[in-house]
Write a protein that binds this ligand. Structure first.
Ligand code: ADP
Ligand code: MG
Length: 616
């Protein structure tokens, strides 16, 4: 018969601690909340090894008297309530009197604290034993949590890679910065300052402190309410021209608590529908204020999720407010653009032809200095917002009707394309809609989608020979400015770029410098490519090393191919069309583009004759 044993209080506490703290980010959250509860106006956060080695939070709040400095680590020790019936009415954070006890049970803690007017401070050290001494220190509280789970190996095992834990902490600190604009936050990693956010008046100003891409002109303020203000939203969202590559710029707060809620995210993204490209994400901070009786904050042990009594009301409010803000901003911009159009006309229509394909297989062509200058020029033109916008708008939408036509004919066409390509005696008629190459052949009219075709050609080149693609040294190396934590995130993975002929290195703490690229992608926006890769690193970091590399490598090839390929709308010379068809002929998987669209199809003479009623 098994015999029941009662766990020692010490062991029981270690187990219970896991409810409050299961990753570094939870501990950081509790400690920042304590600092806020203590009325701090300045909070410095020091992290080492993603919090696994050290989490230190220093605040200038009210501090503690010596008795409290010891007592605060006891279970159920709190200055915030005395009786259970007060629980409902309190406005401060978190578990009541659980956080410090839990954290101290599973780590090595040093607390240094002093009340504002006290002569001396107190230092409490808790490891296997507890020690207390009087010390000289500044007012406020300085708490260091070291070696999380050093005494609970079963939990330590579940800690993730440094970057994963760090990323979560950064996200948390961003959220606090956006939620508490009057507090001065600083964040440090391995002693380096990553974030410095002095108090600001408006949440938009916070965005510009946190994210490089967010500027006061790229963010729009929102403010709206429903049901006689029983629910209202306020905050800021990015405009239609500013977007990121993952959801890490989306923040929701309910009654001053940072929460995650997929329905709210979906509502926000619906507001952006058809405004930003698919797979791109806005930056947004939406603070919801709602009558507490219409929201349940206790569905999650750490209160990170909430349940609304009437979710649709909140979702519709968000979707509608976002859509209206974007529409108003867009129509204001269109008016402005119409006014200034004449002055801009020449830049907008800059004669930039990204179709360098015919030359790109001869890398020596680019070694001349004049050519390099042109590369730079093109790069600039391509990167200018005017051109980017234009390119984006001029992309054709591929209707479903033609898609069906493509797939029905597909099997037939694969054969036809093969035969057609094998006989080199085709006649190129020309270009249709600056999008399709028309080829006359015995059995009919063959159409090739110039973008899809070159996308496949480049994709195969990049993926089969990526370690030997011809590269070009940029005469003026390109600098890309990123957030410091993004530089740290991407740094361990720069070999993915190097393997693909993109020579990129960190440059200072918030920049990367690119010194050479494959010739084929010399005209594409490298900044966008790097940001895209950052998004994938976040998205796929749960994979093991091999799959991680493989996935990102493949995505990079597809992206480089798509961006570098000639676009619909680009005029091609006869030689360029000839070259494209020649290269397509020697490319594997040439019948579809990497996204599965066909590269070409045949309108048979038979079908044409039927249309003209020459044949039954
Ligand atoms: P709770 O915050 O729910 O009261 P904690 O375990 O987080 O529980 O903290 C216990 C107590 O320690 C708090 O009630 C507060 O009195 C004190 N305390 C914790 N952190 C600080 C701080 N940074 N400044 C001042 N007092 C603090
Ligand atoms: Mg607390």
């Amino acid at each position: 018969m098994p015999k029941i044993k009662q766990l020692s209080p010490h062991e029981a506490q270690k187990i219970a601690a896991g409810q409050v703290v299961d990753r570094p980010v939870n501990a950081v959250k509790e400690l920042i909340e304590n600092a806020l509860d203590a009325q701090a106006t300045q909070i410095n956060i020091f992290i080492e090894d993603g919090g696994k080695k050290l989490m230190r939070i220093v605040d200038n709040g009210c501090g503690m008297i010596p008795e409290d400095a010891q007592l605060c680590f006891a279970k159920h020790a709190t200055s915030k309530i005395e009786r259970i019936d007060e629980l409902e009415s309190i406005t401060t954070f978190g578990f009541r009197g659980e956080a410090l006890a839990s954290i101290a049970a599973v780590s090595r803690v040093t607390l240094i604290t002093k009340e504002t007017h006290a002569e001396q401070g107190t230092k409490v050290t808790i490891t296997e034993d507890t020690a207390t001494e009087a010390v000289a220190c500044t007012a406020g509280t300085d708490i260091s949590v070291r070696d999380l789970f050093y005494n609970v190996p079963a939990r330590a095992k579940f800690l993730k890679k440094r970057e994963t834990e760090w990323r979560q902490i950064v996200q948390l600190v961003h959220a606090f910065c956006l939620d508490y604009t009057s507090i001065h936050f600083k964040l440090f990693s391995e002693g380096k300052q990553i974030l410095n956010c002095p108090p600001v008046e408006q949440v938009i100003a916070r965005f510009t402190q946190i994210f490089n891409h967010a500027t006061s002109t790229s963010m729009l303020t929102i403010d709206a309410s429903r049901d006689d203000k029983r629910v209202s939203i306020a905050g800021a969202i990015s405009n239609h021209q500013t977007f990121g590559y993952n959801r890490s710029g989306l923040f929701f707060f309910v009654n001053k608590r940072w929460i995650t809620n997929h329905s709210l995210q979906r509502a926000l993204l619906k507001g952006y529908q058809n405004v930003i490209p698919q797979g791109r994400y806005p930056t947004a901070c939406i603070a919801i204020t709602i009558d507490p009786q219409f929201v349940d904050i206790n569905i999650h042990p750490r209160k990170e999720e909430v349940k609304f009594a009437h979710p649709r009301v909140v979702e519709q409010l968000i979707e509608q407010t976002v859509r209206e803000a974007l529409e108003n901003n867009l129509s204001a911009q269109i008016k402005q653009e119409v006014k200034i159009a004449p002055a801009h006309a020449s830049t907008t229509h800059a004669s930039f032809n990204p179709f360098d394909f015919a030359h790109s297989i001869q890398p020596t062509f680019y070694s001349g200095q004049g050519q390099n200058n042109r590369v730079q020029q093109n790069q600039r033109i391509l990167n200018s917002p005017q051109t980017e916008k234009n390119n984006f708008r001029s992309r054709p939408v591929h209707g479903t009707e033609s898609a069906v036509l493509f797939s029905e004919k597909n099997i037939n066409n694969q054969q036809t394309l093969a035969t057609q390509q094998e006989e080199t005696s085709h006649t190129i008629i020309g270009q249709l809609n600056k999008t399709y190459i028309l080829i006359e052949q015995e059995d009919g009219l063959f159409l090739v989608d110039q973008h899809a075709a070159q996308e496949r050609i480049l994709y195969e080149l990049f993926s089969s020979r990526f370690e030997q693609v011809p590269t070009i040294k940029l005469m003026f190396p390109q600098q890309v400015t990123l957030a410091k934590e993004d530089v740290q995130l991407i740094e361990p993975h720069l070999n993915i770029f190097h393997k693909n002929g993109i020579m990129v290195e960190p440059f200072g703490s918030d920049q990367l410098i690119i010194t050479s690229t494959p010739v084929h992608i010399k005209n594409i926006s490298l900044e966008e490519l790097i940001k895209q890769v950052l998004g994938w690193i976040t998205e796929f970091q749960h994979l093991d090393e091999k799959d991680f590399f493989k996935t990102i490598n493949e995505k990079l090839h597809a992206q480089m191919a798509c961006k570098a390929a000639v676009k619909a709308g680009d005029v091609l010379t006869h030689e360029q069309m000839q070259q494209l068809l020649h290269d397509l002929h020697t490319t594997p998987n040439r019948f579809t583009c990497p996204h599965g669209r066909p590269t070409g199809w045949l309108l048979s003479t038979h079908d044409i004759e039927k249309k003209f009623k020459r044949k039954a």
